[in-house]
Design a protein around this ligand. Structure first.
Ligand code: URA
Length: 434
């Protein structure tokens, strides 16, 4: 078999056999099929698509490109969650302690920010000392002892996805349903959780811009999960405006801590309780969503979720003083509160613009190895559906350079859509796919 023939077959809209997909993924992982060939193949997949059978084969080939974890001997059942990426999405930091606080084990390997969408590892690394590079043994030991792990993906886990993702990021081939489905599901299957809740973001600040695309992606991921014996539910959630208020690493950790203390933004708290309820049902802790919801609320209200988050920080080497006193977390030298330029109703806050502005402020990376500034970002004070009098607090910017602050201010003001008549608030969720 030759890589070039597989590329030509996909270029010409052919359906690849299982053997061809295995050969290609194996060769790529070993470095025998080169980056430029894989890039050409990824573009052919983006343009011509894949059948569900091909996508499932691709997923399983990526799962078997490295080691897989079997958690069944470690805890009775482990649940995981995965977001397809959004702006202000600090859900993991709150949901996982809520669920683990209910006695259901959560083992999660997260990623870094990519483009305009933030990453959980970058957020957690705002806490000095917090380790995101646990070994396989440390992962399993902590899952057993604490029932909660939040770390980075080990390099041995689905390595083909790591390599392919890095290429897709720089070749304009991220936005492909079969490539996203196989990327997400290969990592989740290899990481060993038996039950997985997928938070599929839809809208301006998401990879999936329409509900139809998001449904198609969700159905595919649920089907791939069940073929490999996993229980998977996909929640389609809004990403037209940022989730919660804070966008930027330390700012999001602060908002997550406030939420764990019951003082977070209402939309974000509601989002977390919904995701947690689904995880509790899928992990068989709760019989139905209503009882899952009550359990999640009790975990939050009793302080158990907060204690579990604290224990997680301690277990992974973080300085707990910083979460007990979040004012100690990295803070930006320049802070400016920006008022509403006019009186009006907010009809839109373009999440993508906000995410890209946060990257320009230094919260994200333009290139893979860029350093980030954990302190910078933006806090939105009013959301879609709100009426705001002229001059009233609209957002606060946190920056490390005056020129960046000035540029961010005009870009964010331009991200707001105003109306003189009322606009409905955006829904949090659109659909559930099982
Ligand atoms: N998240 C992933 O893990 N992979 C993708 O391809 C897109 C979002």
């Amino acid at each position: 078999m030759r890589a070039v023939d597989i590329i030509i077959k996909k270029r010409d809209r052919g359906e690849l056999s299982s053997d061809e997909i295995n050969f290609f993924v194996h060769g790529f992982t070993k470095g025998e099929i080169l980056d430029y060939q894989v890039s050409a193949w990824a573009m052919a997949v983006l343009l011509n698509g894949m059948s569900d059978r091909e996508t499932t084969d691709l997923t399983m080939a990526m799962v078997h490109s490295g080691e897989t974890l079997d958690l069944s001997g470690v805890v009775p059942i482990a649940v995981d969650k995965h977001s397809t990426g959004g702006v202000g999405d600090k859900t993991t930091l709150v949901v996982e302690p809520i669920v683990a606080g209910c006695g259901l084990a959560v083992g999660k390997m997260s990623g870094r920010g990519l483009g305009f969408s933030g990453g959980t590892l970058d957020k957690m690394e705002s806490i000095p000392g917090y380790r995101t590079n646990l070994t396989r043994e440390e992962f399993l030991t902590q899952l057993k002892s604490l029932g909660l792990v939040l770390t980075g993906q080990t390099s041995d886990l689905a390595p083909a996805d790591g390599k392919l993702y890095a290429l897709r990021d720089v070749t304009g081939t991220v936005q492909s349903i079969p490539l996203i489905a196989s990327s997400v599901m290969s990592k989740k299957i290899a990481a060993g959780a038996q039950a997985i809740v997928l938070d599929v973001k839809v809208g301006l600040g998401a990879f999936m811009q329409t509900l139809a695309e998001a449904r198609q992606l969700s159905r595919l991921m649920v089907a791939i999960g069940s073929l490999s014996g996993r229980k998977v539910v996909a929640l389609l959630s809004d990403m037209n405006q940022p989730l919660g208020n804070a966008v930027g690493n330390a700012l999001e950790v602060i908002e997550a801590i406030q939420t764990l203390h019951g003082k977070g933004p209402a939309d974000f708290t509601e989002h977390c309780l919904t995701v947690a309820s689904h995880m509790l049902v899928l992990g068989k802790k709760a019989e139905d969503l209503q009882s899952g919801r009550l359990m999640a609320e009790a975990s939050l209200a009793s302080g158990r979720a907060w204690q579990t988050f604290r224990n997680l920080v301690i277990a992974q080497g973080g300085d707990v003083n910083y979460v007990d006193h979040p004012e100690l977390l990295p803070s930006a030298p320049l802070v400016e509160i920006v008022g509403a330029p006019l009186a009006g109703h907010i009809c839109g806050i373009n999440a993508r613009e906000i995410g890209e502005t946060a990257v320009e402020l230094g919260a994200g990376r333009a290139r893979k190895n860029d350093a980030i500034d954990h302190a910078v970002g933006v806090v939105i004070h009013r959301k879609v559906g709100d009426f705001v009098p002229a001059g009233e607090k609209l957002f606060t910017l946190y920056a490390n350079r005056q020129d960046r602050l000035d540029a961010a201010k005009s870009r964010i003001l331009g991200a707001y859509q105003w109306s003189q008549t009322s606009c409905p608030p955006l829904p949090l969720f659109y659909d559930v796919i099982k």
